[in-house]
Design a protein around this ligand. Structure first.
Ligand SMILES: Cc1cc2nc3c(=O)[nH]c(=O)nc-3n(C[C@H](O)[C@H](O)[C@H](O)COP(=O)(O)OP(=O)(O)OC[C@H]3O[C@@H](n4cnc5c(N)ncnc54)[C@H](O)[C@@H]3O)c2cc1C
Length: 398
């Protein structure tokens, strides 16, 4: 463990095991109902609180265990083996949910709320995407100052996760409509019970059921300046820095899922006999297994490298590039691994309730990863920009 952690190596290893058993046991059972209702029952939140899933990632001053980024990511790998919607909720809890307020909130708000994340007394979602524009500076929601010096929020957001269990929303909005630069954007900490804040229902998703997706509408939502995060004009920086870390959490989610897919595929390949032999003994199946493992190992190395750098300096110059690389490699990994899993399982893999594991659901759940925290093209644009900036050089802290 890192020397500041408030738990021992043994306690940490036991915790990883506890989380794996929780997500592959009780959470899988609960998910059967969630697949139909698309809503997490209270039992899920209660179990998450009881198993410290809103606490483990926090600094000790906010009730957490002072884990470093690599240790946090290792817990994330374990809970990503379970149902995708729960993974999405817990991944966000461990990340942007509390980090944005901690990094950019005004001291008065931090004093009021930072110790309320540990048992989910508060939960905060994040809203940048709009139906009417492209992700990035191309936003149309405005937060313009009125005569009292307060910001007035007007506009819409779309595809927003965790809207059914959040108390606040981090909103990126335009404060300087005349500018065409990134500095036209600012970030706000918006109470979801503010007058004029509305949640708009969306259809159910392909996978990751239960993660509470909806649209948001802001109709003259008035915010005192205390709700501005960072400085006016810093909205893009808030989004990019927060999304960078979160992209690595997405990459770790993909790793957790891919690792489980590989493990259940190996069992199935050993058990399935055709023409008198386990299919695992066939060269063409071995080739698939080798490719699955090569992808998974490469991804693990990229994530561990990011975390090592981040733990030395969270603002190091390669954070953005390495985070985008992790996310891009992770999509390619989970794409390859989920395809090979389905092929090796044969027809049984296409059905629910396989005795080996939820192949059909894993396949659907992992498809959300293409879009969460930015589509593959966005990762490629980011990598190319940073790569060109540094002349292709990347530093490693071995
Ligand atoms: C499960 C899920 C959860 C989500 N949760 C949230 C959330 O909590 N908060 C939030 O704010 N958003 C959320 N989103 C939205 C998500 O971030 C976006 O879907 C994603 O960034 C892609 O944006 P878009 O859907 O507007 O696609 P578009 O912008 O319409 O893009 C469509 C395609 O065109 C490509 N493209 C677009 N512009 C360019 C360009 N300039 N150059 C090259 N290619 C381009 C994209 O890469 C993509 O492949 C979520 C989405 C999903 C599916």
């Amino acid at each position: 463990m890192n020397p500041n952690a408030t738990i021992t190596d043994e306690q940490f290893e036991a915790y990883l095991k506890q989380i794996r058993e929780l997500v592959e046991g009780p959470f899988e059972e609960i998910q059967k109902e969630v697949e139909v209702t698309n809503v997490f029952p209270q039992e899920f939140y209660d179990l998450a609180i009881k198993n410290d899933l809103y606490r483990f990632y926090l600094p000790a001053e906010y009730g957490g265990w002072n884990l470093n980024e690599l240790e946090i990511l290792r817990v994330q790998e374990e809970f990503s083996r379970g149902p995708g919607g729960m993974r999405m909720h817990l991944h966000h809890a461990a990340d942007m949910n509390w980090r944005i307020l901690d990094d950019y909130g005004k001291p008065e708000l931090k004093a009021k709320y930072m110790d309320k994340f540990q048992d989910k007394t508060i939960y905060c979602n994040f809203a940048i995407t709009e139906q009417t524009g492209g992700t990035g500076a191309d936003l149309h929601t405005t937060a313009l100052k009125n005569e009292k010096g307060n910001y007035v929020l007007n506009g819409e957001k779309w595809l927003i996760s965790h809207t059914d269990c959040s108390d606040f929303t981090y909103v990126i909005a335009v404060t300087d409509p005349e500018s065409d630069k990134d500095s036209r954007l600012s970030a706000f900490f918006v109470p979801n019970d503010a007058p004029g804040f509305e949640i708009v229902e969306m259809p159910h998703m392909m996978g990751c059921r239960g993660a509470g997706h909806a649209g948001l509408k802001f109709n003259n939502v008035e915010l005192e300046p205390i709700y501005l995060l960072g400085e006016e004009g810093q909205g893009m920086e808030v989004a990019i820095h927060s999304l960078s870390v979160s992209r690595v959490h997405i990459a770790m989610s993909n790793l957790g899922m891919a690792q489980r897919m590989l493990e259940i595929t190996l069992k199935r390949a050993n058990d399935r006999i055709t023409f008198g032999k386990p299919i695992a003994s066939r060269q063409m199946i071995k080739e698939k297994i080798a490719r699955m493992q090569a992808h998974i190992h490469t991804l693990r190395c990229a994530i561990y490298d990011f975390a090592r750098d981040y733990d030395i300096d969270p603002y190091n110059e390669y954070v953005t590039e390495k985070a985008a690389i992790c996310k891009l490699v992770s999509i390619e990994t989970v794409k390859e691994v989920s395809d090979e899993m389905l092929e090796i399982f044969g027809g049984d893999g296409y059905f629910e309730d396989s005795p080996y594991g939820p192949t059909e659901r894993l396949y659907r759940d992992c498809r959300a990863m293409w879009l969460e925290e930015g589509a593959p093209n966005v990762q490629k644009i980011t990598i190319a920009r940073e790569c060109q900036k540094f002349g292709g050089v990347v530093k490693y802290n071995f």
